[in-house]
Design a protein around this ligand. Structure first.
Ligand SMILES: [Zn+2]
Ligand SMILES: [Zn+2]
Length: 141
């Protein structure tokens, strides 16, 4: 049985739903990371401190009080920077973590930026793959 005719959907202007370019507000195509500014880090620490105070309040008084690791530092966080195609920094630069003060994407510095990104982490040492059983190898016995 044919389903009853539905009214045609009203066309909707497609609206970007994802992240937007930091420089121009167009839908972002690429992103990279930068460290948090002091204000952003303060916010993180404030939230973490509130969480700990709450945990202390809720802690069982019969037990020793919870022990927390040191508060997070700037090394623990990154912020994602979004950019459209034309405002994208180079792919090599986007692979690195940028300073909190980095102003990219900034047209004056494209396709680079005005900070010295952190060096890339050392590539993990590739471990030799364990050999597969002979009958798992194509052409094997
Ligand atoms: Zn842009
Ligand atoms: Zn940078």
């Amino acid at each position: 049985m044919p389903s009853p005719e539905l009214p045609a959907p009203t066309p909707v202007e497609p609206r970007p739903t994802g992240p937007l370019c930091t420089a121009c507000g167009e839908p972002a195509l690429v992103h990279w990371l930068r460290r948090l500014t002091d204000d952003e880090l303060d916010e993180h620490i404030r939230i973490e401190q509130e969480r700990r105070e709450q945990a202390l309040l809720l802690a069982d008084p019969q037990l020793p009080p919870p022990v927390f690791p040191p508060l997070p530092t700037g090394e623990d966080f990154t912020r994602t920077v979004y950019s459209c195609g034309p405002h994208a920094i180079s792919m090599d630069a986007a692979a690195l973590v940028h300073a909190s003060t980095c102003t990219a994407p900034n047209e004056a510095d494209l396709p680079g930026c005005d900070c010295t990104p952190e060096p890339a982490p050392a590539a993990p040492v590739e471990e030799a793959a364990a050999p597969l059983p002979d009958h798992w190898v194509t052409g094997g016995a």
